[in-house]
Design a protein around this ligand. Structure first.
Ligand SMILES: [Zn+2]
Length: 380
């Protein structure tokens, strides 16, 4: 990851102070909470949660407060992520008071409220370890409920059935998780809707969000995902880039993409899951036959004329991507019927047949023997 030179440490001795034990952060498995942790780690130039200092947290607070007070972030946050949030001061009635200092103050108050991670009742549904926040005045003076103004896609005071327990206090979340969720926008992309990526192991969450955080650092804007307009195509592209550039094999990894809007009046969410066999296959394809793999993907778009780079940025569906993610065969895309030949290296085809389709040796031997006719006979 690249160095962090823009923010000076103006927190004096406080800056290097270790995290107080009770406030330590950890991965929770909740996509929005973990995305917030990714943002803080990435801004701090760190990879492990246990390496964070309290100074890192305060610097990250300072960084997002400056960002969120800007008009462009205000519009996205108010419009699509945290409508009317009292914490991030996006409620139109707070316009006059909105300032980095005010946002910092709100976030620091939430941070101060973080309890030890050994709660026994009234537990947070996101981390399962800390007691839920009871001081609701911390999320806005008039807030009676932890709703979708501070946690995207949950309910509101009028829509209690959107909460796990129908609780009148809303989403049962602790101060730590709520604090972290406020950082999630910095680790997300805006491809029309908002794209937040959650991966296991967490190092892949960091790699997949790196572009977004870099963009925020450099331009103070939310990343548009380099002009991509379809979350699925963007993810395939990112996974291929990371595989090729960093030699990552994505062994036993998985990725979930949450593509959503949290408008006040309307909420939408699409979840795309990338299982490890898909990630490992992309990584393998990039390592043995990147050109051949692009040839296969190219055949997944109906448009026969447009070039690859253009098409992958559009909203158009790609049949190869769709089939891979749905566990359907893409064998026929390895074969060019017009020119009667297989368009990738044998190694890639063999890997696909063995590792993704789980064909056994006998079938593979047969395939190799009659290599050119295979796809016609078995692939359809
Ligand atoms: Zn929690």
């Amino acid at each position: 990851m690249k160095g962090w030179g823009m923010i000076e440490d103006d927190f004096g001795g406080e800056g290097a102070r270790m995290m107080p034990k009770e406030k330590e952060f950890f991965w929770t498995g909740h996509p929005f909470v973990d995305a917030g942790l990714v943002a803080i780690l990435s801004v701090s130039n760190k990879e492990k949660t246990e390496d964070l200092t309290e100074g890192d947290i305060f610097k990250a607070v300072d960084f997002v407060s400056k960002l969120y007070a800007k008009d462009s972030w205000y519009r996205t946050i108010q419009g699509q992520i945290f409508p009317n949030s009292g914490v991030l001061m996006v409620n139109p009635s707070m316009k006059k008071n909105r300032s980095p200092n005010k946002i910092t103050e709100n976030l620091r108050k939430l941070y101060d409220e973080i309890p030890e991670a050994n709660g026994s009742d009234n537990i947070c549904v996101a981390c399962g370890r800390r007691e839920r926040l009871e001081k609701l005045d911390l999320i806005g003076k008039s807030s009676q409920i932890v709703g979708r103004h501070v946690v995207p896609l949950v309910g509101t005071g009028d829509m209690l059935n959107f909460f796990h327990s129908g609780s009148r206090k809303g989403f049962a979340v602790c101060a730590a998780c709520l604090f972290l969720i406020q950082f999630m926008p910095v680790a997300s992309y805006k491809l029309g809707r908002i794209l937040t990526i959650h991966a296991y192991p967490p190092k892949y969450s960091l790699l997949l969000a790196e572009d977004a955080v870099e963009h925020a650092r450099r331009s103070s804007l939310i990343s548009d995902g380099r002009g991509f307009r379809r979350a699925e195509s963007f993810l395939f592209h990112k996974v291929a880039d990371i595989s090729r550039e960093l030699n990552e094999n994505w062994k036993y990894a998985s990725v979930s993409a949450y593509y959503f809007t949290n408008f006040n009046q309307r909420q939408e969410m699409e979840i795309t899951f990338f299982p490890s066999y898909v990630l490992e296959f992309i990584a393998y394809a990039e390592s043995v036959d990147s050109v051949g793999w692009r040839g296969i993907v190219r055949r997944g778009w109906r448009d026969k004329k447009g070039d690859f780079e253009e098409l992958e940025k559009t909203t158009r569906k790609n049949e190869v991507y769709r089939r891979l993610l749905n566990g359907e065969s893409i064998l026929r895309y390895f074969y060019d019927a017009t020119n009667k030949k297989v368009i990738t290296s044998w190694r890639l085809l063999e890997y696909y047949a063995r590792e993704v389709l789980k064909m056994d040796e006998t079938v593979l031997g047969f395939i190799k023997e009659v290599s050119d006719r295979i796809i016609e006979t078995i692939g359809e």
